[in-house]
Design a protein around this ligand. Sequence first.
Ligand code: KIV
Ligand code: NA
Length: 277
Amino acid sequence: TKQVTTSDIRKKKEAGIPITMVTAYDFPSAKLVEDAGADMILVGDSLGMVVLGYDSTLPVTMDDMVHHTKAVTRAAKRAFVVSDMPFLSYHGTIEEAVKNAGRLMQEGLARAVKLEGGSELAPLITRLVQAGIPVVGHIGLTPQSVHQLGGYKVQGRDLEAAKKLLDDALALQQAGAFAIVLECVPQEVAKMIAQKLEIAVIGIGAGADCDGQVLVFHDLVGYASQLTPKFVKRYADIGTSIREAVATYVKEVELRHFPGPDHVFRASEETIKELYG
Ligand code: KIV
Ligand code: NA
C-alpha cells in the first residue's frame, strides 16, 4: 500500500481535490477510517473529551497522546497520521517543545504534529520543520484556549478578527507548516483564507470552500458523543446500535437464551458418562 505523503496533500490542494481527514484514537477506529479511504487521520487531543471523559482538552498529557498515537499508527498503513501536541506541551522552551513533538514521532510513529496558535508559533514551527517534523497549524476556535475565548464559539466574525486569522495563517505557512486546520469560522472568511494560502486549509465548521474537511470520528458515526455542534453531520447512529446490541445480550443472559448450542464446547461421550454416571 502506498502511503499518503505531505506532497500528496500539496498536490490535492493544487488540483482542487478535497482532502479528507477524520480523527481516530485507537486501533479499531483507525482501521475503519483507513479502510474507508480517508487521506489523513488526526489523533486529536479531543480524545480527552471523546474517549477519556474530561470536559475539555486541557487535562490531556503527552503520555496520553503517545499512548493513543501508538495504537492509531499500528492500524494506519496508508493514511497520513497527524498527532496533536497537548495543552502546554509547546509553550516552554523550544527545546522542550521539539522533544515533545519528537516523542509523538519516535514513540507514537506519527508523521506530523499539530499545534494550536497563530504567528507567535512561527519560531517554533521553523525549528520543528528544520528537525524534519512536518507541522499542521490550527487557528480559529482553538479548544486549548477555551477559557480565554470564553467558550466554544465562532471566531473571525468581524473584519479585524478575519484579518488577524489571515495574518496568522500566512505566518504559519511562512514558518513552514504544510497545512492548517481552520475551526469554526464563517464560510466567507474560510474561503478567503483558503484562496490566499498555498498550503492546504482543512476546515471544521468552516464551510465547503476549504481545501479539505475534518470531523471527529465519534461525532461522525454517532458513537456516544453527547455534544454535537452545528457543524457536525452524523452519518450513522452507531451508539444506538451498540446500546441495543448490549441490551439484547444482557436480556438473553438473564433469560439463559445465551449462550446457545452454537456457542458451546462439548466433552467426549466417555467423559460425560464418567461425570454424570
Ligand atoms: O482534537 C481534534 O479533534 C481537533 C480537530 C477538531 C481538528 O483538533
Ligand atoms: Na485538537
